[in-house]
Ligand binder design. Sequence first.
Ligand code: FAD
Length: 435
Amino acid sequence: MQQKVDINIPPSEKGQQRIIILGAGFGGLKLARLLGQSNQFQVLLIDRNNYHQFQPLLYQVATAGLEPSSISFPIRKIFQKKKNVFIRIAEIEAVETETKTVKTKIGRFKYDKLVIALGTTTNFFGNNKIEENSIGLKTVSEALYIRNQILKNYENALVSENEKVSEAALNIAIVGGGPTGVELAGAIAELRNNILPKEYPELDFSKMNIFLIEATNRLLGTMSQFSSQKAKNYLQKLGVKVQLNTLVKFCEGNKVITDSGVILSSNVVWAAGMKGTTLNGIPPKVVSPSGRIAVDAFNKVKGMDNIFAIGDIAFMETSQYPNGHPQVAPVAIQQAENLARNLMAEVAQKEQKSFTYKDKGTMATVGRNLAVVELPFAKFGGFFAWVIWMFVHLMSILGIKNRFFIFINWLTNYFTYNLSLRLIIKPKKQNVSPK
Ligand SMILES: Cc1cc2nc3c(=O)[nH]c(=O)nc-3n(C[C@H](O)[C@H](O)[C@H](O)COP(=O)(O)OP(=O)(O)OC[C@H]3O[C@@H](n4cnc5c(N)ncnc54)[C@H](O)[C@@H]3O)c2cc1C
């Protein structure tokens, strides 16, 4: 049956362009907010979730440090007063360029201009055995799933009479030594060192191993050698077993099979790769092997009219970034800002500007009082870096209420080492796959 088009979206007003934005992540949301300020545009923002997720703090939800609601922000609330911004919650399926239409699970929508801001998904590199036996960390649901699974496995370890099963239930293997893997490993080590032994006195936590497995010869590969070494030292001090130059071949049952041996763990987190979200209708010739969509210096998809891509999914090759820009929030936000300016400039028949990334620095936290920070003029680690990391992340969170709750949580956690978020929340319906 042919789907209805534009159901319940009013026709755009005379002279207004309809811009459809796919994805309400860092890039899509910023663009919708900027274009929503101008009555020259009717904006339709489509996402599968009715909330924006602050991915940099997902690892704290996974380790029971923050409530999911603290890092999720309802999209509709942001646009309450914007009459020219419409929101639809739907799974996006394809773009049909001949009719300038987006196909979703709830119907089709027509655009004058389309902006793809669908970000990335976890890349299991086609290895089904890894995909079936591990979990990624890209969404709030996955973070909650990890929290549940780890806690459930401790309950299992308590009642198991089989030593190998208990050992696997206690161990945690994190694959991928980028910022996500490093931050998660550090937070789990803090839990093991400070909280879990108090809650499970019958379990011997000296037997719990946290493995961080990385295929290359260093952690934090996108940062300097200085930060890689510091992060490794910090993690080892916390008791994390860092295995460099180790390739995971596959996972089976409660085993992780690497090229240098077998690790016993029922908790495997896959933080070893990302790929651009697939959107049917985009010609394969403009999609890179890692699923990113090739764009020009104005974020226009190469060879396509009226279609743009921003953020993690966009692949813009420049002399400074021959492999594309880093897949971080500031790139997505800055590309949204530049595109908004250009779309407005086009309407006003003014000159458009190509995109230039202003890199203000990178950072990663490893644990309490431990972080590494790289600014354009300095690199450092330790307590001061950790304070900067906390400040920057707190100020980047959407919403004053969320900021306040996170601050209070962090403060309580710092002094008491003890947040009471270690709840196993079971979905009523089984087999609900995390998205
Ligand atoms: C665990 C983790 C930690 C990170 N830490 C940092 C950090 O400390 N600093 C930093 O700068 N960056 C960090 N990043 C990277 C940062 O989050 C991304 O660069 C940023 O989110 C990219 O923004 P985006 O708008 O391109 O995509 P996203 O923010 O990923 O947004 C994509 C949106 O598209 C929606 N979507 C996707 N597919 C569909 C579909 N088929 N149908 C409907 N909706 C869909 C999603 O629901 C999502 O809302 C981290 C990422 C992760 C996963």
